[in-house]
Structures are given as structure tokens and as C-alpha cells.
Design a protein around this ligand. Structure first.
Ligand code: NAP
Length: 245
């Protein structure tokens, strides 16, 4: 018997990286997982097929409200209920913070469409089902960029700050559904494959002497899913980077 047997979890953006690691950890504890991505359909289907539970893949771009609603509807149609929502899907493009003209309205809009609007729409659509569950909870993957003046762009940092605050606001308003966030520092995923200099810089300064693995983040998500009394918290998973910078 797995600890999460019978539970149903939606993990957005789980065709790779942190989302994939989280889907694997949840399924290893017995949860049925809905794997999702926007464009990486084959990769998402492969992840779902490789999980040990009755997991499925649903393609949906969370920045489209109707597609997000379809993701939640498909989940409930397939499994009858929803217990865990992991808001992991996100988007960024690198713009140096001093380059105000480089941060175009298009970039600002896209960043907020995926990270803020997408997460908001999906959480709102999921909430009636989470309220109906005895174990309803949300974990959103944010970033230390939402806490410190850092990150791949000013827009990205703003969007993650919004999600950190949304976490606290929803925890206050939506109980007994628990709402938490995991705020990673630099993580070694396809997203950051090309960021070699940054990985080296993090390894040089942080107390743990390396970037995070996707599994480091998935472990933190699992801790928040399993604990029945934590809500409204933003759990920093950065190997101590923000302790020394
Ligand atoms: P990743 O490996 O590139 O995975 C991103 C996932 O999100 C993919 O499955 C991607 O699928 C999906 N996705 C992107 N846009 C989507 C959309 N509109 N709708 C649905 N799915 C979408 O990246 P990652 O590093 O694991 O990042 C996951 C989360 O961690 C993000 O929210 C990111 O901001 C956060 N984070 C990452 C780091 C880091 O250093 N890597 C640090 C802090 C926080 P498609 O390819 O199909 O779009």
C-alpha cells in the first residue's frame, strides 16, 4: 500500500524537469497523476506511460483559460476527484534587468499569461474539487526570484513574487484546502542547460556547492503534500544561496 494510494494529482508542465520529477515521486507513493505539457506531447505521454499508477497525459496550455478548464474537467471525468494540484508550468526568457527597453510588452505579457494568469485560472478551476477532497492541497513552484531581486528577467521575478503572495492569500481564504509554494534557486533542468556560467557561480558560492536537482525540488513538494498542517508557506529550496547572497 502506498501512502498516496487513491489520490489524484495534476502536475502541470510535467513532461520534463521539476514537474516530471514530482510526477514520478507522487506516483511512487501511489497517486494517480495527470501529466501535462503544452507542446511536448510525446515526452509527456512517455512520462505518463512509465508511471507505476493509472496515470494519464493531458495536453493543455495553461495560459489559455479554456484549456486549463479542460485539464481539470478531464481529470475529474477520468478519476472522479482531484486531491493535489501542483502548479509547476512556467515560462521565461532571459532579459538583463537593466535593459528596460529589452523587456518588451510582449515578453511581460507572455510571462504573466503563463505564470500568473495560467496558475490563477487553473487553481480557480481546481478549487471546487480540492474543497470536496479530505486531502485537498495546492503546491506552486515559484522561485527565489520572487523573493530576492534576481532571476531571468524582471517580468519573471515579478510573476514569481505574485505567485508567492497568491499562495499566502489563498491559504488564508481557501482552507481547509492547504496552499503552499516551493521556491527553488537554480535547478539543473532543460530550462537552464545553457546557463553554465550561472551553475558554476552558484556552485562556487552556495553552502551546498551545487545547483539543485529536479528531485531536490520534488522532495520538497512531497513534504508539503504529505504534511497535513502546513499551509501558506513558501519553502525555499536553494542550497542556501539566499543565506549567503
Ligand atoms: P522545464 O524542464 O523546461 O519544464 C517546463 C515544463 O513546463 C515542460 O513540461 C513544459 O512543457 C511545461 N510548460 C511550459 N509552458 C507551459 C504552458 N503554458 N502550459 C503547460 N505546460 C507548460 O523547466 P523546469 O526548470 O523544470 O521549470 C519548472 C518550473 O520551475 C517553472 O515554473 C520554473 O519557473 C520553475 N523554476 C525553475 C528553476 C530552474 O532553475 N530550472 C528555478 C526556479 C523555479 P512544453 O515544453 O510542452 O511547454
Amino acid at each position: 500500500m502506498g501512502e498516496l494510494d487513491g489520490r489524484v494529482a495534476v502536475v502541470t508542465g510535467s513532461s520534463s524537469g521539476i514537474g516530471e520529477a514530482t510526477a514520478r515521486r507522487l506516483a511512487a507513493l501511489g497517486a494517480n497523476v495527470v501529466v501535462n505539457s503544452a507542446t511536448s506531447v510525446e515526452a509527456g505521454e512517455e512520462v505518463a506511460a512509465s508511471l507505476p499508477t493509472e496515470s494519464v497525459y493531458v495536453q493543455a496550455d495553461i495560459s489559455d483559460e479554456a484549456q486549463g478548464q479542460r485539464l481539470i474537467d478531464a481529470t475529474v471525468a477520468r478519476f472522479g476527484h482531484l486531491d493535489v494540484l501542483v502548479n509547476n508550468a512556467g515560462w521565461t526568457t532571459v532579459v538583463p534587468h537593466h535593459d528596460l527597453d529589452g523587456l518588451t510588452d510582449e515578453i511581460l505579457r507572455r510571462t504573466f499569461e503563463v505564470n500568473v494568469f495560467g496558475t490563477w485560472w487553473l487553481t480557480r478551476a481546481a478549487m471546487p474539487h480540492l474543497r470536496a477532497s479530505d486531502h485537498g492541497n495546492v503546491v506552486t513552484i515559484t522561485s527565489i526570484a520572487g523573493i530576492r531581486p534576481t532571476g531571468s528577467s524582471v517580468a519573471y521575478a515579478m510573476s514569481k513574487a505574485a505567485l508567492n503572495h497568491l499562495t499566502v492569500l489563498l491559504a488564508k481564504s481557501c482552507g481547509p484546502v492547504r496552499v503552499n509554494a516551493v521556491a527553488p534557486g537554480l535547478v539543473d533542468t532543460p530550462w537552464t542547460t545553457d546557463w553554465t556560467t550561472l551553475h558554476e557561480a552558484v556552485a562556487a558560492i552556495n553552502p551546498v556547492k551545487r545547483s539543485a536537482t529536479p528531485d531536490d525540488c520534488a522532495e520538497a513538494v512531497l513534504a508539503l503534500v504529505r504534511n497535513r498542517y502546513i499551509t501558506g508557506q513558501v519553502l525555499v529550496v536553494d542550497g542556501g544561496t539566499t543565506v549567503v547572497t
